[in-house]
Design a binder for this molecule. Sequence first.
Ligand code: APR
Ligand code: PHB
Length: 389
Amino acid sequence: MKTQVAIIGAGPAGMLLSEILHQHGIDSVVLEKHSRAYVLDRIRAGVLEQGTVDLLRQYGLGQRMDQEGHVHDGMKIVWAGRETFFIDVKKHLNKQFMAYGQTNIQEDLYLAGDRRAAKVLMEVDNLQLMNLTSAHPHVTFTHQGESMRLECDYIAGCDGFHGVSRQSIPQELRQEFEKEYPFGWLGILSETPPLDDIVYANHPRGFALASMRSPTLSRYYIQVPIGTDIQEWPDDRFWSEIKSRFPKEMADAMVTGPSIEKSIAPLRSYVCETMRHGQLFLAGDAAHIVPPTGAKGLNLAVSDVFYLSRALSAFYSQGTTALLDAYSATALRRVWSSVRTSWYLTNLLHRFPGGSDFDQRAQENELDYLKSSHHAQAALAEQYAGLPL
Ligand code: APR
Ligand code: PHB
């Protein structure tokens, strides 16, 4: 097989890239390891920055999001025994954001792909990237028992954190920056009406978050120690624990019900520099991971795809490689800004096991400052809203 751009991975990054390239007249083939059902079953974060919303609309992918998504002007922060405060993104930046699950975006992207008969091969195996530093790279893999070879001009590595693309960059040519946090998030999805706002709580018992997917679907999280066994968290225990971390009036307003999904995610930050090797370009989780605090992961995948699609379009329409050559540096600048924001919010809102009294006081002072300073709130609002692409 032959194509212009081989895209590895049919997660949000890979499918969005294929859609945008198609609309710019560029041919691609997407190769995905898992089945569509498997990819669609993954529950991920669900807050879209305005830049993400605008981009999805621009490429005709915003219809269901605009019907079912929930627009927000800001988010609330509460911490033990104090009054809640509101980080007002609308007031400070005249921007909004949207609560709309990644699972829905993934569905929308697959349906858009179906409509244009996109070339997406699911359940491919043994995928290998070859001749990356030549002008004619190719990808080998097996599909339905057959050995295949895909020739292309460029390869987009959109295969997530555990994919093969990043590993195909020689170790000595990449630098890795990593931070693991000593806790995870236990999250549940429940068919109950959510609170009106997205609310982040810092509590002596640990961080907690109230979020949503739709007017009838809530998403809640609590900080749990690393190594926590999910079996130890039946729904009743989860509800009573999360209520204990919120002020009484919010706890009373939480409508409880059976969970329809429950999982634990570890928290880590990771960045791979460079995001390019020869004809291979990394995008999304293949190149970086952020802790979920602030919900930056999907938005970062979208900004990478924006820069990469723009660079590929410039190459195919004008023959210029300047934007491709600048891709890694351009994408990484924005990556680091979101990596820093999610690290900052993680530090601000969690209880760190073994943290000293000094750390605790400094954290409380930071919250106090944020609560009382218009300028501090404006700065956080700007970061939460996401920097322009
Ligand atoms: N060959 C082909 N496909 C692969 C391979 C491989 N060797 N390894 C992994 N994949 C596929 C995975 O099965 C997955 O469907 O690549 C896809 C990567 O998708 P994601 O992990 O969702 O990554 P990305 O598209 O970058 O989306 C980033 O996902 O993890 C969240 O918070 C993150 O919201 C962000 C978003
Ligand atoms: C979510 O709804 O899953 C969510 C919301 C906000 C976050 C993280 C996750 O900061």
